[in-house]
Design a protein around this ligand. Structure first.
Ligand SMILES: NC(=O)c1ccc[n+]([C@@H]2O[C@H](COP(=O)([O-])OP(=O)(O)OC[C@H]3O[C@@H](n4cnc5c(N)ncnc54)[C@H](OP(=O)(O)O)[C@@H]3O)[C@@H](O)[C@H]2O)c1
Length: 340
């Protein structure tokens, strides 16, 4: 029987990366990707490259069962920001119909989407491995100190559900994704970037500049993590890290490459959560403070490093931050306007 890989969110960063990796390194696999809109330009481009595209929505269990038919490997993830955009939650909180923080409602939707993946995967007799894109158990690992990092806890809650589902006991593994190297280039407004009146860049986050962050080159390396998880024992939870570095040093590399001046400022928690009617700033600030106090994975003993998997004989080639910086289009970042 030939291997069939089904990837949820084929047009997204993680999904496309996994499909591209398998296209290159596992040519015998039959590749299928899902999209809510198979007639979008992005989905059509994937179909033209030989990937079967099927329509599926994470909110629709039957569409997932249909997409997973005959799958031997499934890679799945949720898109937290998409939930906020498409769910009408933000207007409801802004109008007072729902109480902030908005993340608590997005959490419920995201967890249900992940459970749908698990429940659909559990019905597929051909399945060998389900790989989930997880994140950290912030609430649990902080002993209840940080309870509003909803975008992190949601992915961990799903992982717990998958791991404990009897039908997936010997089939589910997870990759705990590090901080995306694309963040500053793609969505600079979300990452505390501003220009000072002299044009210098200022990056203000509630995070110590030396706090080690596991950065991941999503485009180049996600496929290698998922591929290793198809071979490693089920139940493996690997950290998706390409290279560890403090944000201060990361920015030094970036500013040097761009030939601009800039600095990183570790702002207080209170400053970071000012003017926050949706509670979203608090959600992200808790994630940063958690990483500082407890480490990115919260010291979760279940999470292994890619080096641990390599020691078991699974090859995981990883990219360097500097190479990602050099190949990236930084025009959005450079276009950040001055405050005055
Ligand atoms: N930024 C970071 O540092 C970081 C770190 C770790 C983890 N994460 C997590 O990574 C996730 C985002 O990953 P990404 O950047 O790869 O996503 P992305 O590029 O935004 O793509 C998400 C894909 O999912 C599909 N999708 C969205 N809603 C769907 C639904 N209801 N049903 C089925 N498919 C759906 C979309 O495809 P169609 O529109 O074609 O359906 C889209 O292509 C977030 O949850 C975030 O929390 C981020």
């Amino acid at each position: 029987m030939s291997n069939v890989l089904v990837v949820i969110g084929a047009t997204g960063n993680q999904g496309r990366a996994v499909l591209t990796y398998f296209q290159q390194y596992e040519p015998s696999y039959k590749l299928r990707g899902t999209s809510r809109n198979p007639s979008s330009d992005a989905a059509i481009a994937l179909a033209k490259s030989g990937i079967e595209i099927v329509k599926a929505d994470l909110n629709d269990l039957d569409s997932l069962k249909h997409a997973f038919k005959d799958a031997t490997v499934i890679f799945a993830y949720t898109a937290g920001s998409e939930i906020l955009q498409s769910s009408n939650l933000i207007p409801k909180v802004m109008s007072g119909e729902l109480k902030p923080p908005v993340g608590q409602y997005a959490y419920e939707i995201e967890v249900q989407q992940g459970k749908n993946v698990a429940d659909a995967a559990a019905t597929i007799p051909t399945l060998h491995r389900l790989v989930w894109s997880s994140l950290t158990d912030v609430r649990g690992r902080s002993g209840g100190k940080y309870v509003q990092a909803y975008h992190l806890d949601s992915k961990y809650t799903v992982w717990q559900y998958m791991r404990d589902l009897p039908a997936l006991k010997d089939k589910a593994s997870a990759v705990l994704m590090g901080g995306f190297m694309d963040n500053l280039a793609n969505t600079p407004q979300q990452w505390g970037i501003s220009r000072q009146t002299n044009g210098d860049f200022l990056v203000s986050l509630p995070l110590q500049k030396d706090c080690p962050i596991p950065w991941v080159d999503v485009e180049r390396d996600t496929g290698a993590f998922v591929h290793a998880l198809t071979k490693a024992s089920p139940g493996t939870h690997v950290l998706g890290v390409s290279e560890w570095l403090g944000t201060g040093k990361y920015l030094e590399l970036l500013f040097d490459h761009l030939g601009v001046k800039g600095r990183f400022e570790d702002i207080s928690f209170e400053a970071a959560v000012q003017n926050d009617p949706l509670g979203l700033k608090l959600q992200f600030a808790e994630g940063f403070r958690f990483a500082e106090e407890f480490g990115y994975t919260g010291g979760d003993p279940e999470v292994v490093s890619p080096d641990d998997l390599e020691k078991q004989g699974f090859s995981i080639p990883r990219s360097k931050i500097i190479h990602h910086i050099k190949r990236t289009d930084w025009s959005k970042f450079l276009g950040t306007k001055s405050a005055a």
